[in-house]
Design a protein. Sequence first.
Length: 236
Amino acid sequence: MFFAMDDNKIHHFFDRIWPLYEILNHIITLGLDIIWRNVMLHVVKDGIGAEERCLDVGCGTGEMTRQLARRKRFPMRVVGIDFSMPMLRKAVRRNSENTTYVMCDARLLPFADCTFNLVTMAFAARNLRSENSGLTNAIGEIARVLVKGGRFINLETTQHPSQLTKTLIGIYARIMVGIIGRLLRGSREAYHYLYTSYREFYSIHELANIIHSSGLSHVEMYKVMGGLVAIHRACK
Ligand SMILES: C[S@@+](CC[C@H](N)C(=O)[O-])C[C@H]1O[C@@H](n2cnc3c(N)ncnc32)[C@H](O)[C@@H]1O
């Protein structure tokens, strides 16, 4: 099934959920999102050089951006981009050294060709699928701003290979979304959207094909926790 959602609506959802976004994420995933980000940082670390310039796409409140900039051995300059001003404001308020935030659309990046050695994206790919070519355009832009040999690393939920696990996750997510919807009436639709976008996102192989056909090569994929989430790594 193809998931279609109006872009303005997605924008509006993130503009609404920013105050509790991080804490609710930790609650809904039972803290697993923290572990998943750490796994991603390990993949980032593998092959990292000195003086890297990194772009974090769909950085939201900057949870990943700050962790990337905090690397001690090879400090990086990290630019976080997002199209939601309230999410970015929260990121800026907790700004740390070596980070800069820019408000823009991931499908039209305001950077010159070959600017970054590394581009990361955590839990944003799902939201770029609102239009047929949204995700392809965004990865095309990522390929454009990467230097030759630069790396793209993406962390995203994926379709779990076991039907039973998928059904159990579906039941759990519906219950959690129901509870949050009752507690935070204003954000009910937004959390419902986050759940449906998760349920209908690509499989690990489909996403690898999209990354490849959008202009990147040497696409590798890693299942984390048996396929609850996936990390894709690709090169320009
Ligand atoms: C689920 S949040 C993930 C945030 C953060 N990366 C994290 O790990 O918590 C997805 C983010 O992508 C942003 N986003 C969605 N579509 C976008 C687009 N077309 N351009 C820029 N940012 C976008 C949203 O505003 C939101 O902050």
